[in-house]
Design a protein. Sequence first.
Length: 188
Amino acid sequence: MTAFTTEKIDVEPWFDMELFMGVSQETRLGGDVMERFMALWKNWLPHLTVKGIDTGKIKYLLVALDEAVEQDVDKAWESSPSNAFLYNALAQTMCMAAVHAVIPEVQDAGCAPAPKPTAALREALEAEGIPYSNDKDPILSRRYAVVTHYPFKGGCEICVLQSNCPKGQGQMEAASVVLPGYEHPQQM
């Protein structure tokens, strides 16, 4: 059994219109749509978990929306796929806005790099009810969840998903640097 501690982080992320527009791939939204999404944002805030995880050696940030939000998005698919797509983008935006509120450097890097799933991290996430979906891939079981280093350690260069990510492969603009002492094991 690995030792770890968790700490709830109080944060109420603000709605980032620019981030939402990028995630949703929309160029404009009407006022009635925005009013609906702002109400949905407020309804989803109590379903947001933001925690620091300290495994003794490495610290992480966990941000996740619970199953109720997944159910809202799934229900939307039944009546309006275009609304469901936007609901999905809103949930993703909420998670990333929470990450940005706690670790502002992630916004500049353009991504929250995924850490290597250590035994201690796996145990902590399991205890939080958000385990990895299997033993070989670093994919979380919750649809709207992010785990990253806390504090910020670097961008794409330290991300365990780099080999599968278009941004990490230079196919998209990447704007980050590795902080000294946090080099990815493959770079050493």
